[in-house]
Design a protein around this ligand. Structure first.
Ligand code: ADP
Ligand code: MG
Length: 519
């Protein structure tokens, strides 16, 4: 044998192996998590992301940042996936999860340098992750999740997201009220809560609307803009004359005949409006066009009507009011009509919005959020969605744990204690996992302007002597304290998911020792 080497890969394939491959992957993963680290926690900074086309997003949200960053390196891309799956599973904790994944890679790099085999690292990390899940269960609060507690959870997820403290308080109340509204024995129907933002006022003007809001305006100025106890029709049709009517039905040769034709047309248009009125409709949402004259007849009957209503708006109105969508006015029966306590149209700058509140089939609520500018409104929308997700997760996915790094300190402690019983080099990997967890309290301390080493020492000693301790930040400063006492609480599911997804990504990256890239 020997002699000619055998080529099995295309000529321009790039191949990196062994330590080079590991180190390049680890560097890439670290770089990504480092990029979001400064945004962690209430005193975290925001990032401004500018796209190719010049669109600007200002945000503090880990998943949003990573997705807008246009990351290409495959290992770095895996950290982005950590943030994405975190967002999908629990809706919050994306920065925590990606920072943790990055730090697990930093620790893995040290272990590799100390000749700990990748498989040993993987085993150690997996065992440590199990210990972490145990610790999370241990620190889960056993108090009942009443509204006060849930509001703290909501507020903890919003602090640092551009909302002021006082606003966060009021917003948290709105969030919990929204969740309670759509909560049944089988859980929270999160899809029935919509967040809708509108610029032009400060976020303190945010309110909970018992129903849906649609972007529609009345077809006629003389129509009422507010209707109480409204009977609602959702019509999938046009209220206008089919083009060819006059030519087809009348052979017009004289003025008399023309007048008759016009009258017949008027009559038909009027009959549309009459049929709608006779059915007892107060408010009509029409997907097609409404002829001006029909609109004016409707207005005379004090009927509020909207035209060109979009499909999804029509659907949500039908769902909220219990109306059936009807394809012809001739078929209109009282059975088909829906009901709402109050329908009103309000003007916001150039936009008009229709509020449909207290519908007969009211299962939907809308958090109507106001922000001064588009960027503020967008970040507020993300914060409110996070808050809705954490309250939902707290109720449906296993309760709440102390925030502010308190749970992470407890996790690291539990892992270190557990590592004592683990033999050989695997013990090093388990301990390294505990060291990686420290990145969360350390970063919270750093972002609050505290010395991270001092803070960790303080946190550990307080944890040993008095129980759970975290970096509580309020206003400009931070101090070591009891997160539960200060109402800093996160859903247990957020911590669980962060541990699981970060471990999975880090062990996957650490195991790779051969990168084969075809160009
Ligand atoms: P993530 O994307 O991971 O949710 P955040 O920027 O939202 O990142 O920060 C979440 C962290 O901030 C959690 O560890 C949470 O406990 C902590 N936190 C929230 N409010 C406070 C507070 N008032 N003081 C200290 N830490 C807080
Ligand atoms: Mg958060």
């Amino acid at each position: 044998m020997g002699g000619q080497p055998m080529f099995i890969l295309a000529e321009d394939t790039q191949r990196t192996r062994g330590q080079d491959a590991q180190s390049s992957n680890i560097q890439a993963g670290k770089a990504v998590s480092e990029a979001v680290r400064t945004t962690l926690g209430p005193r975290g900074m925001d990032k401004m992301l500018v796209s190719d086309s010049g669109d600007v997003v200002i945000t503090n949200d880990g998943a949003t940042i990573l997705n807008k960053m246009d990351i290409e390196h495959p290992a770095a891309q895996m950290i982005v996936e950590v943030a994405d799956s975190q967002e999908e599973e629990v809706g919050d904790g994306t920065t925590t999860a990606s920072v943790l994944a990055g730090q697990l890679l930093v620790q893995a790099e040290d272990l590799l340098e100390d000749d700990v085999h990748p498989t040993t690292i993987v085993e150690g990390y997996n065992e440590a992750a199990q210990l972490a899940l145990e610790a999370i269960e241990d620190v889960t609060l056993d108090e009942e999740l009443d509204d006060d507690l849930l509001e703290s959870v909501a507020e903890s997820s919003m602090t640092g997201k551009g909302t002021g403290d006082i606003e966060a308080d009021a917003l948290a109340e709105t969030i919990v009220a929204a969740v309670q509204q759509v909560r049944t024995d089988s859980g929270v129907d999160r899809d029935s809560i919509t967040v809708r933002t509108q610029t032009g006022a400060s976020s303190s003007a945010t309110e909970l609307v018992q129903g849906v809001i649609v972007d529609e305006e009345p077809v006629h100025d003389d129509m009422p803009r507010s209707v109480e106890d409204a009977t609602v029709a959702v019509l999938d049709l046009d209220l206008e004359i089919r083009e060819s009517n006059i030519d087809a039905e009348y052979d017009i040769t004289s003025v008399d005949q023309l007048e008759a034709a016009i009258e017949a047309e008027e009559g038909e248009l009027r009959s549309y409006a009459e049929k709608v009125a006779d059915a007892g409709v107060d408010v009509a949402f029409v997907t097609g066009d409404i002829e001006d004259r029909v609109a004016s007849y409707l207005a005379k009957q004090d009927i509020l009507a909207f035209e060109s209503v979009g499909d999804s708006d029509a659907k949500s109105i039908a769902k909220a009011t219990g109306a059936k969508t009807i394809g012809s006015v001739d078929d209109l029966e009282s059975d088909d009509l829906g009901r709402a306590d109050h329908i009103r149209v309000e003007k916001f700058g150039d936009d008009e919005l229709a509020f449909v509140e207290g519908g007969a089939a009211a299962e939907s609520v809308t958090v109507f959020a106001r922000g001064g500018t588009e960027h503020v409104a967008d970040e507020l929308e993300r914060a409110l969605n996070d808050a809705l997700d954490v309250v939902t997760a707290a109720l449906d996915k296993g309760g709440v744990v102390p925030g502010a790094g308190g749970t992470e300190i407890a996790i690291a402690d539990h892992i270190r204690q557990g590592s004592a019983g683990i033999e050989g080099r695997k013990q090093l990997a388990v301990e390294a996992f505990a060291d990686a967890i420290d990145i969360i309290p350390r970063t919270l301390a750093e972002n609050t302007g505290m010395d991270p080493i001092d803070a960790l020492v303080d946190l550990r000693s307080r944890h040993d002597n008095e129980g759970i301790a975290g970096i509580i930040s309020h206003g400009q400063t931070g101090e070591i304290g009891d997160p539960v006492e200060h109402g800093v609480l996160d859903p247990a599911a957020v911590k669980r998911e962060a541990i699981e997804s970060a471990t999975e990504a880090a062990t996957m990256i650490a195991r790779i020792d051969d990168v084969i890239a075809s160009n």
